[in-house]
Structures are given as structure tokens and as C-alpha cells.
Design a protein around this ligand. Structure first.
Ligand code: C2E
Ligand code: CA
Ligand code: CA
Length: 899
């Protein structure tokens, strides 16, 4: 007990370890993933910052070159104009402008005088009137002599109706006074062409700004934002005045989307560029990989955790199962401990397949489980198939397809793989597709592999025990039926034959009862061994329970050879068994049914073999019978009879015949034996031999016996003379503990004196539970009822029985009495029994006296009383009306019939 408890503790400890491992895996993998993803997340954001800064710097350089170019032209024009008298629109100046303009992608270049009026332009001559005196750039240039290139508020072009960017330079008179401005209109398309090509993801933007916070160009294009001033926003205030080019995160002023911003400032021009990348866009790549990684890790975690938990549960389940099969514990202990060890010591083998390429990885443990060096057979997704046991292939492939095609949530399969040493390892493989393509095709498949060889061995042991008899190790009923079904299917499909033999030991019960159960067990084991060695390997002998065995003969073409084999089996079992210094002897009865002649249905065949056995037993011990159709009829007849008997007892179909018993000396009537008869409505008057054994088997003997007792007592109570009435009691009636009370109740009910009732019992009553039977007999005798021993000489321990209980009378069986003339032995036995009765003080009745010669013998041997056809056959009591009245048997009623 102590040992068991400790073991249980150890086992639940192991399953606790497994559960802890599951928990650890469940935490560690997500934790590692979280750590990785957090780092990658930060990296993604840092990358976005870098990208924003790079974008801004690049675009600033681009803008700088653009403005530099424009500025070069404007400077050129400015110096050209300043050298002359501004205000004189000349053809020559227009031509010069046009020449400059032609090299640019500017919309126009024009010269404005000190009052803001256009005096010359590149695209037209004479110039179209234009007044810019109120424009911001004009005023700035007019008021500040030191101004370099000035960028004006975007304006809508008069001709193109497009937003245009004016850029201008001051023209100084040679004396340094303000002469006017030279201005160009830049089409923002020049920037947008570049800006639109920048792809920083959705909600990202790049813009061109004037240093005062006015937006000049934006991609994506947003005309409503152009020209507006954003100098009040924090982005501007915190970064632009100090020309801060470091990236920063901020919700945009215009919408609430968070972006990383970076500014790029132009050297020498009042312009800067901004690049903004939305946070979501920054993290898009990370997100995608996070989902993939999360899926992989999640899948792996799920597989691992599930595997560990299943393992733990399996262990716990096994533990409960163990407690139920405690009987098998001793034999299983060794393999179970190996199992526990295996589970404990070795972690699972892991594998990971890329189904697209067929590449695979298996952990070292995976390989070592099979006795290989890691990677010894290469790393291909199909390696396991090469090792798969052919018998396991179909179901393994089925399970795999189910999962790969998405019909099963996971792949799980127990199968064998060939070990390097050529043996087979049982493994439990679990896996799951952790990545699928857009079309659902599995891409990546990961899983575990556990060595379950030890568990399988234990299961094999259990399976063996489930199909074999523990005492003899012969196949049990279940396995027998399985083999029979298999064999019959084979006969059905391919022809051939087989035979079912039903075997039953004779007198086994006696061995058990007299020598005890250990002797009985030893005998059964020996019988099993003898049967086994009498058969061929292809035959099956099974123990069905108790002393019943069955044999399946693989081939039974010749009924003769089947008969010979049966004889052989009987002879083998019949030979005495030494047991200590004693010898045990049993017999064997065999019934055989043949397939296909007697059918191809296992159950029916078995039943027929049983019918044949039943017949064999009925016809004497140590015999063999082959099934015949008539046996079925007999069985059917028995079934109908059983039904009828029910009705008979209740419906008054039973009746009693009475057979007189007289003294040898003087032929004085002593009493009658009541013998039951059945007036069957179809079959006529049936003798007890036709239905008593059936009544005993079905238990109907109890109501039948009680009916007989009551009827006999009631009849006897009517007689004028105090004659005795003898009633037969079946052994079954002795299983009723209240039998004496029942008898007393009937006596009271019928007002018959107990001294007039004699109960006849056979010694089989005393075989089963001697003490109890003796108790009942004593109580009956205590009431004043007499007890006689019926059929004396036919049982086996008659003498012992006689000594155990003081019977009132002994009835010598008619088989001896009937033979006294021919057989000296029979005469000797009768003589001995008479002597025995005298010495024990018991009266003796000779049964079955048919002839006067027998009568003479009995008279000469001083037998007290006789009963038999010579005196009177059993008949309805009316036939004995005179005898009952006078106390003497009339010659006509008995002796006459016998003659
Ligand atoms: P049993 O108790 O030995 O009964 C005597 C049997 O021997 C009777 O057969 C009777 O007809 C037969 N018999 C009597 N004299 C002669 C003779 O001179 N020659 C021959 N050849 N036979 C003779 P029965 O009536 O057929 O009864 C057979 C057995 O059935 C009885 O054997 C008894 O064991 C059983 N039986 C009969 N009635 C009852 C009953 O009411 N209850 C129980 N439990 N068993 C009964
Ligand atoms: Ca009797
Ligand atoms: Ca008898």
C-alpha cells in the first residue's frame, strides 16, 4: 500500500512536471516573441524616423538645386536689366529674357518696375499689363535691399488658372537704389512630379514650405492647403525657427494621424521641405511579420503546450486506469516505469517542414529516438515516410491529408517508424500547419514526436490480458470468437472448412468441492496444457470460463478425422492428474459443429456445437457427438416444453400416480410413493423423465415440487388408514433455507400428521453444501417427518453420506435389484446394503421388484419392504381404493400386471 502511494505520488509528480513544462512553454514562447516583436517594433519606428529624415534631406537638396537654377536665371536677368535703364521695354531685353527662359522649365520670367508694373516678359512682347505692387514678395524686395531670392505666396496664374509659385529677385540701380524685381513663376508640378514618386505608405506626405510656415507644394496634392500658413502649429514653432532637422513624432496639425516628421532646410533660400510618415505605415511591415511570427510561435506554442498537456493528461488517465487494473499491476509495473522514465528523460522530438520546398528540420532528439545520428537520412519532409511501417501507412496518410486539407484541426497519429537497428519504434506524432498560402495551401507544418514504445508495450500486455484467460493463458471467449469470425470469413470467401468443438469437463465440480480450489485451478491448467499439446499450432483452444473449453480446428474436411481428434482430446484429459500424493480424474465431453456444413455464422455454429455437447453429456461421459439437425429440433422442443411446463403447473395439468410399498413378510401395505405425471394436452401423459430435468434447470422444480407435496399430503390425509406417503424432493429444493417451514405449512394446511410423510432425497443433495443440507434434514426430521435415501448405490460416497445423517430408510436402487438373478455383484451389493441398514438401524426398501425370483431373493435376505411392478405399478390413487381401505394389495392391481 505504502509502495503504491509513493508510486502514485511519483506519477502525479511527473504529470505536474509536464504541466509545469506546458505552462513554461506557454509563457516562454509568447514572452520571447513579445520581446522580439517589441524590439522589432522599436526598430520599425526608428527606421521610419530615419526614412523621414533621409527623405527630407534628399528633397531639400532637390529643392535647393531647383531654386539654385531659377536663381541663376533671375540673377542673370537681374544683372542684365540692372546694367541698363529699367523701365524701357526693349525688344532686345525681351529677346534676352526669352533666351534665358527657353533653358528653364519656368512658366514665365518677367521684369517689374519699381512701381510694380510689368515692363518685359519672356513669353510675350509687348508685355501684358501686370500690377504686382501689392504682392508680398514685391514689397519685401522693395523694402529690404539685402534680400536674396524671395518666394511669394502661391498665386493663381491668369492664363493657366493654375497655382503658381512666384520667385523674385531685386534689381538694383547702379547706385544701389530699388529699380524693380525680376520674377519667375514656378509650376509646382516640377516638385510634385518628384514628390508623388515618393512612397512612404498611406497617410504619409512630403511638402515644400516657405520659412514663414506657408505651405507651397504638397504630395499628396491638397490645393486647399497650399498658401496657408501653419506657423502657429507646434511642429513649426518647435522645429523650424531653430532649423531642427531631427525627426520627431507628432499628431499632424491638419489631421489627428500620428506621423514622424523630419525637416530639410535649404541653404541660402527661405525654403524648407518636410517629410511625414504615418505611424501605421511605419509599422505596416512589422505588423505583417508580427502576424506571421505570432502565428508561427502561437502554433508552435499551441502544439507544444497541447502535446505536453495531453501527455500529462494521458499520464493521469493511465494512473486512474492503473488503479482499476490492480490485478495486472505486478506484470505491468516494469514497463510502466520504463514509460515514465521515457517520458521524463526525453523531451519530444520536434520537426518543422517547409511544404513548398520539401525542406525539413528535425531535432536531434527526433533522430536519436530512432537510433540515428541527427540528420543522418537527410532533411526532407518525406524522410518519415521512408521509415513508416507499411501497416501504419494508410491511417497515417489519412490523418495527414485530413489536416493538410483543413478537415482536421490538427494532425495526430500513432504509428511505427523503423529504427536504425531494424526494429520498430512506436511514436505519437502531432503537428499543425502554421502557415498557409492565400489559396489555403499549407506552407509550413510543425510538430512533435514522442516515443510511445513503452506505452505500446504496456498496452500490448493489457490487450493480451483482455484476450486471454488469466489462469491458463489460453485465448478467452472474446479472442476465440474473433478468430472464429475471421476463419469463417475466410472459409466463406476462399472455401475450405473448419470445426468448432465445445468441450466440458465431467465431474470437475467434484474435484473443486472435495479437493478445494487450488486443486481445481491446477487441474484446469493441466487440462489446458494437455489440450494445447494435442492440437496443431493453427488450431485454437480457448477457455470460455469454469470448466468449459472450446476448440477451433483450422481445417476439418474429414468428419472422421474430427472424430479421431475428439477421441484424442478425451483420452488426453481422461488420464489421471497427480496432485500431491493423490490422483485426480475428470472426463471430457465434446460436441462438434462443422463449417460450412452446419453454417457459417459463428454464433449459430457455437450453439450447434453446444447442442452436440449437450447430447454427448446426455449419452454418457467421455463421449463425442457431431451436431445433427435433429438436435436443433430437440432443442426447439425443449424450449416449447419449457413454456408449456409453466402453464402446466398453474393450469392443473400435473397429476400424481401412486406406487404401493409393502412388507416382504405378509405383503402388508405400508404406504405409497407419489410420482408426478404431466397430462400434456397434445403429447398425452408424460413421465417425469421427460420434464423433471428441464424443471430443475429452469427452476420450475420449486413450484412443481411444492404442488406435488401439497397434492400428496392432501390425498394421504383422506385415507382411512394411517398409511405413509413418500414424496421425492429435488436437490434444488434444498437451496431454500425455509424448506422445513414450507413443508410444515403444507402439513398444517392439509392436516396430515408429519409422521405419515416421508421425504425421498438422493445423495446429490448432500454434495454441494453438506452442512446446510444436513441442517435442513435435521430440522425436517425434528418435526417428525421421515427421510429416506433414494437410489442408494448409484452415487459415489454412499457410505459417507449414510454415516453423516441418520436416514430412516434406504431405498436400494432398482438397477441392483433388477439384476440380482443375473449378476452376482448386484446380489452382493444388495446383500451388503441390507447388512448396512441393519447395522446402522435403518430400514431398507428394495425398489423395482419385477419378478417373483427377485422377490424370493429379497425375502431370503430378510429385506423389510419392497416396491415395484410386481406389487403394483404407479397409478392414479382411485385404482388403489380397496387397498387404501383394507391395507392389502389385491392381486389384480399389482402382481397381475407384473405377470
Ligand atoms: P424414483 O424416485 O426412483 O421413482 C421410482 C421410479 O421407478 C418411478 O419412475 C417408477 O415408475 C419406477 N418403477 C417402480 N417400480 C418399477 C419396476 O418394477 N420396474 C421399473 N423398471 N421401474 C419401476 P417414474 O415415475 O418414471 O419416476 C422417475 C423418477 O422421476 C423418480 O425416480 C424420481 O426420481 C423422479 N420423480 C418422480 N416424481 C417426482 C416428483 O414428484 N418430484 C421429484 N423431484 N422427482 C420426481
Ligand atoms: Ca423415489
Ligand atoms: Ca428410486
Amino acid at each position: 500500500m505504502l509502495f503504491l502511494d509513493r508510486r502514485r505520488e511519483g506519477r502525479s509528480g511527473l504529470s505536474r512536471v509536464l504541466r509545469a513544462a506546458a505552462l513554461a512553454a506557454g509563457i516562454a514562447i509568447p514572452a520571447t516573441l513579445t520581446y522580439t516583436l517589441t524590439r522589432e517594433h522599436a526598430q520599425a519606428l526608428a527606421d521610419a524616423e530615419q526614412r523621414a529624415a533621409n527623405t527630407a534631406r534628399t528633397l531639400a537638396q532637390h529643392a535647393e538645386r531647383t531654386f539654385e537654377t531659377v536663381d541663376t536665371y533671375l540673377r542673370a536677368v537681374s544683372s542684365l536689366v540692372g546694367a541698363r535703364e529699367v523701365g524701357v521695354p526693349t525688344q532686345a531685353l525681351h529677346a534676352a529674357l526669352r533666351e534665358q527662359f527657353a533653358r528653364t522649365r519656368l512658366t514665365n520670367i518677367m521684369v517689374i518696375d519699381r512701381d510694380g508694373q510689368s515692363i518685359v516678359e519672356a513669353v510675350a512682347f509687348p508685355p501684358r499689363p501686370l500690377d504686382v505692387h501689392d504682392r508680398d514678395y514685391f514689397q519685401a524686395l522693395r523694402d529690404h535691399s539685402s534680400s536674396g531670392l524671395v518666394v511669394g505666396q502661391p498665386i493663381t496664374g491668369r492664363l493657366s488658372n493654375k497655382l503658381l509659385l512666384p520667385v523674385a529677385r531685386r534689381i538694383d540701380n547702379p547706385d544701389g537704389s530699388f529699380a524693380g524685381v525680376v520674377q519667375a513663376l514656378i509650376d509646382p508640378e516640377a516638385f510634385r512630379g518628384v514628390y508623388d514618386g515618393i512612397d512612404n505608405g498611406p497617410d504619409s506626405a512630403v511638402s515644400l514650405w516657405r520659412v514663414d510656415g506657408t505651405m507651397l507644394v504638397r504630395a499628396p496634392w491638397a490645393p486647399e492647403m497650399i498658401g496657408r500658413n501653419y506657423a502657429t502649429g507646434s511642429n513649426y514653432r518647435l522645429h523650424v525657427p531653430i532649423r531642427d532637422e531631427r525627426p520627431f513624432w507628432s499628431p499632424a496639425t491638419t489631421d489627428a494621424i500620428e506621423r514622424v516628421f523630419a525637416f530639410g532646410f535649404l541653404d541660402g533660400y527661405p525654403i524648407y521641405v518636410s517629410a511625414a510618415i504615418a505611424r501605421a505605415s511605419a509599422l505596416a511591415g512589422w505588423h505583417k511579420s508580427a502576424v506571421a511570427q505570432g502565428g508561427v510561435a502561437g502554433g508552435l506554442t499551441a502544439v507544444l503546450v497541447t502535446a505536453l498537456l495531453l501527455l500529462a493528461r494521458e499520464l493521469e488517465r493511465r494512473q486512474t486506469a492503473d488503479e482499476r487494473t490492480r490485478a495486472s499491476e505486478a506484470r505491468l509495473r516494469a514497463s510502466e516505469e520504463r514509460l515514465a522514465l521515457a517520458l521524463d528523460a526525453g523531451s519530444d522530438g520536434l520537426w518543422d517542414c517547409d511544404l513548398a520546398t520539401g525542406a525539413a528540420w528535425s531535432s536531434d532528439r527526433w533522430w536519436r529516438m530512432l537510433g540515428y545520428e541527427p540528420g543522418e537520412l537527410g532533411s526532407h519532409a518525406h524522410t518519415w515516410r521512408v521509415l513508416l511501417h507499411p501497416e501504419d501507412a494508410p491511417h497515417a496518410e489519412r490523418a495527414l491529408t485530413e489536416h493538410l486539407e483543413g478537415r482536421a484541426a490538427a494532425y495526430e497519429c500513432e504509428h511505427r517508424l523503423r529504427r536504425k537497428d531494424g526494429g520498430w519504434a512506436w511514436v505519437l506524432t502531432r503537428g499543425r500547419v502554421v502557415a498557409r498560402g492565400l489559396d489555403g495551401a499549407p506552407l509550413r507544418f510543425v510538430g512533435t514526436q514522442i516515443d510511445i514504445s513503452a506505452r505500446k508495450a504496456a498496452e500490448g500486455q493489457i490487450a493480451h490480458m483482455a484476450r486471454h484467460d488469466a489462469l491458463t493463458d489460453l485465448p478467452n471467449r472474446a479472442l476465440f470468437q474473433e478468430r472464429l469470425a475471421h476463419k469463417l470469413a475466410e472459409v466463406h470467401r476462399y472455401g475450405g472448412s473448419c470445426a468448432v468443438m465445445s468441450l466440458d469437463l465431467d465431474k470437475f465440480k467434484l474435484v473443486n468441492d472435495t479437493l478445494g480450489h487450488p486443486a481445481g485451478d491446477a487441474l484446469l491448467r493441466e487440462v489446458a496444457e494437455r489440450l494445447r499439446s494435442a492440437l496443431r499450432v493453427e488450431d485454437t483452444v480457448a477457455r470460455l470460463g469454469g470448466d468449459e473449453f472450446a476448440v477451433l480446428l483450422a481445417g476439418a474436411d474429414e468428419p472422421v478425422s474430427v472424430g479421431l481428434l475428439a477421441e484424442h482430446l478425451i483420452a488426453a484429459v481422461r488420464a489421471p492428474f497427480p496432485f500431491g500424493d493423490q490422483r485426480m480424474e475428470v472426463g471430457l465431453s465434446v460436441g462438434t459443429a462443422l463449417a460450412p456444413i452446419h453454417g457459417l455464422d459463428g454464433e449459430a455454429l457455437f450453439k450447434r456445437a453446444d447442442l452436440a455437447l449437450y447430447r454427448a453429456k446426455a449419452e454418457g461421459r467421455n463421449t463425442h457427438r457431431v451436431y445433427e439437425a435433429a438436435m436443433d429440433e430437440a432443442a426447439a422442443e425443449r424450449r416449447t416444453l419449457e413454456c408449456d411446463l409453466h402453464r402446466a403447473i398453474e393450469g392443473g395439468e400435473l397429476t400424481l400416480h401412486y406406487q404401493p410399498q409393502v412388507t416382504t413378510e405378509g405383503g402388508e401395505l405400508v404406504g405409497f410413493e407419489a410420482l408426478v405425471r404431466w397430462r400434456h394436452p397434445e403429447r398425452g401423459l408424460l413421465p417425469p423423465g421427460a420434464f423433471i430435468s428441464l424443471a430443475e434447470e429452469t427452476g420450475l422444480i420449486l413450484p412443481l415440487g411444492e404442488w406435488v407435496l401439497r397434492a400428496a399430503c392432501r390425498e394421504a390425509a383422506r385415507w382411512e388408514r394411517p398409511l405413509k406417503v413418500a414424496v421425492n424432493l429435488s436437490p434444488r429444493q434444498f437451496q431454500q433455507a425455509d424448506l422445513p417451514e414450507r413443508v410444515l405449512a403444507v402439513l398444517t394446511e392439509t392436516s396430515l400428521s408429519p409422521t405419515r410423510l416421508e421425504l425421498e432425497v438422493t445423495e446429490s443433495v448432500l454434495i454441494n453444501d453438506k452442512a446446510r443440507a444436513l441442517g435442513i434434514l435435521r430440522r425436517l426430521k425434528a418435526f417428525g417427518v421421515s427421510i429416506s435415501m433414494d437410489d442408494f448405490g448409484t452415487g459415489y460416497s454412499s457410505l459417507a453420506t449414510l454415516q453423516a445423517f441418520p436416514f430412516d430408510r434406504i431405498k436400494i436402487d432398482r438397477s441392483f435389484v433388477g439384476n440380482v438373478e443375473e449378476s452376482p455383484q448386484a446380489a452382493a451389493i444388495v446383500r451388503a446394503v441390507l447388512g448396512l441398514g441393519r447395522s446402522l438401524g435403518m430400514g431398507v426398501v428394495a425398489e423395482g421388484v419385477e419378478t417373483t425370483a427377485q422377490m424370493r431373493f429379497l425375502v431370503s435376505e430378510a429385506c423389510d419392504e419392497v416396491q415395484g411392478y410386481l406389487v403394483g405399478k404407479p397409478q392414479p390413487i382411485e385404482r388403489f381404493a380397496d387397498a387404501v381401505r383394507t391395507g392389502a394389495i389385491a392381486a389384480s392391481s399389482g402382481a397381475a400386471t407384473a405377470a
